[in-house]
Design a protein around this ligand. Sequence first.
Ligand SMILES: [Fe+2]
Length: 84
Amino acid sequence: MAYENDYEDEGAPELDLEMLREDMIGELQAINQYQEHIDTIEDEEVAEVLAHIRDEEKEHLVELTKLIRKLDPLQAEMFKKEGL
Ligand SMILES: [Fe+2]
């Protein structure tokens, strides 16, 4: 994706937020892909390593969420409202 053109007229915070949201999509897709492979792979040791990696991706998702909360006050308020 060409960020320099897509976000030319937007302020830095919105650009940062859009990139962080795209990073979140990547983490969610990674979690799903690892889970799919864990469910398919027959070697138990390999499946355990993939499960560990999947869990790290979940941690990354939390880290990205924290950054979005920091940069997006409205989103932060909505999380707060839901007790998150
Ligand atoms: Fe990740």
